[in-house]
Design a protein around this ligand. Structure first.
Ligand code: NAI
Ligand code: MG
Length: 478
């Protein structure tokens, strides 16, 4: 597969540097392609090309025309669903049906933001006699998008989709571990009519291409999804130019189950929220907090479900695929080892026998009776590892749920309507799910964190305000 080029100003170009980055299939450990390693000079070129697009065709389009182009790209993405799903499954190692769901989500974002492009209205503001005052939502200009490897297509949809809808021109820096669908998407977008330079793709290392983009003086907004540590670096880099950032960082999100919950309904969510994409999900429901009245009963049901989980190559489309890399596997294994050493393992899934030896497989693991201050209960593991912890009262549940440095999402299972409303307010999180978890992706629902989970909101209509800036016009006419 030949993919070692950058998209800059509508042209596919080789990177300034000679060496390429090998692309690994995490299911086998084999190298399946390579990607270009963009240099700071390449990033300069991409930012310049984006600026040029704003000053020409792309910048001149009416909002409705931008929206139509996005909707057309969404259709084109769906027409390529089979190819994109296989590409993502091979590049990220995610089970094929999960990769297909990501393609559908990407198309849905383009449809949603395409439809929204001409619906972001300013206001008129009553003011002194003789004035007419109104507001305009305007693009930031060139937006930088630094995205991770866990959900490349979904994150392109939600960040690049919203930025383009508002008339920005985007420079996308995909993760070095998974850039293939970003490149394929850009090709599809160009074919579907996106003007040259509206979207530029610079593959490469975070420390080189990512850092150059985050601190570039020509970039008006940076959106980043990834680790909390790198998020802080991005914010510092953007601060040098005094430009806003959106940070979608880690999580240690709780799923809280009360005695009166519908346990049958809850179980598949409790499991899936922890193992989806092999647990490499910022909003993974990685802590299950259970009221003591149903603790033993629910734990026993969860153990059965964990023991039935099967892990194998992405194309076999089992419950869990490999982790993204040997490095990620070593990190996750370190946590699993910690739990084993402390005797906390309640149940494990199994790796299928024919899983290739070079793949980065780990057994999904359920840990029980985990103390709230244990590292397994506090730190983001980013693998298929979930802790179960008992609680007695509603206050205790809230204290446990809010007792990490993160605050991304939270799930609550209870039949008590008053308790649902109380917890929705008391939980420290950007999204709260009552009697569900994740709302099936919900592109319409604003998403983002508090605390070390980050700030700013992507997804939903709300993202359109984040990807634009407000101008107030005061006209004096006497
Ligand atoms: P990372 O934060 O290093 O990578 C995310 C993106 O940032 C990639 O595109 C990378 O190239 C870029 N990047 C890295 N260093 C950069 C820098 N100095 N300047 C600008 N961009 C830079 O995350 P990594 O190392 O892939 O994963 C490590 C941990 O991060 C995971 O175990 C997990 O805990 C967390 N993570 C969280 C994600 C989320 O969805 N919130 C996604 C990926 C990772
Ligand atoms: Mg890969």
């Amino acid at each position: 597969m030949k993919s070692n080029t950058l998209l800059i100003g509508g042209r596919w170009r080789r990177a300034d540097a000679a060496e390429a980055i090998p692309v690994e299939d995490p299911s086998t450990g084999e190298v399946i392609a390579d990607i270009a390693a963009a240099t700071a000079a390449d990033v300069d070129g991409a930012v310049e090309a984006a600026r040029a697009a704003l000053d020409s065709d792309w910048g001149a389009l009416a909002a409705a025309d931008r929206g139509r182009i996005l909707a057309n790209i969404g259709q084109a993405v769906l027409a390529h669903i089979d190819d994109l799903a296989v590409l993502e499954a091979r590049d990220v190692g995610k089970p094929l049906s999960q990769a297909r769901a990501d393609v559908i989500a990407l198309a849905r974002y383009l449809e949603f933001y395409g439809g929204a492009a001409d619906k972001v209205h300013g206001e008129t503001i009553p003011f002194k006699a003789g004035y007419t005052v109104y507001t305009l939502w305007e693009p930031h200009g060139v937006t930088g998008h630094i995205i991770p490897w866990n959900y490349p297509m979904q994150i392109i949809g939600r960040s690049v989709g919203a930025a383009l809808a508002m008339g920005n021109a985007a420079v996308l820096k995909p993760a070095e571990q998974a850039s293939l669908t970003a490149l394929a998407f850009a090709r599809i977008a160009m074919e579907a009519g996106l003007p040259a330079g509206a979207l530029n793709v610079v593959t490469g290392l975070g420390s080189v291409a990512g850092a150059a983009l985050a601190g570039h003086a020509g970039v008006g907004h940076v959106s980043f999804t990834g680790s909390t540590g790198v998020g802080a670096m991005i914010q510092r880099a953007a601060a040098a130019n005094a430009v806003p950032v959106t940070l979608e960082l880690g999580g240690k999100s709780p799923q809280i189950v009360f005695d009166d919950a519908d346990l049958e309904k809850a179980q598949p969510f409790l499991v899936n929220a922890g193992i989806q994409n092999a647990g490499q999900t910022c909003s993974a429901g990685s802590r299950i907090l259970v009221q003591t009245g149903v603790y033993r009963q629910l734990l026993s049901a969860l153990k059965d479900r964990y023991q039935a989980l099967r892990v194998g190559p992405a194309m076999a489309d089992l419950d869990v695929g490999p982790l993204i890399s040997a490095r990620q596997k070593a990190m996750v294994e370190g946590y699993l080892e910690l739990g084993r050493a402390d005797g906390l393992v309640a149940a494990e899934g199994r790796i299928v026998e024919d899983a290739p030896a070079g793949g980065h497989y780990v057994r999904p693991t359920l840990f029980a009776d985990v103390p709230a201050d244990h590292r397994l209960a506090q730190e983001e593991i980013f693998g298929p590892a979930v802790v179960v912890t008992p609680f007695e009262t509603e206050d205790e549940a809230v204290a446990l749920a809010n007792g990490t440095e993160y605050g991304l999402v939270a799930g609550v299972w209870t039949a008590d309507g008053g308790r649902q409303m109380r917890l929705a307010r008391r939980l420290r999180a950007g999204q709260v799910f009552l009697n569900n978890y994740g709302a099936a992706g919900g592109v319409e629902l604003p998403f983002g964190g508090v605390g070390k989970s980050g700030h700013g909101r992507e997804k939903g209509f709300e993202a359109l305000y984040g990807f634009s800036t407000l101008k107030t016009v005061a006209a004096y006419h006497g």
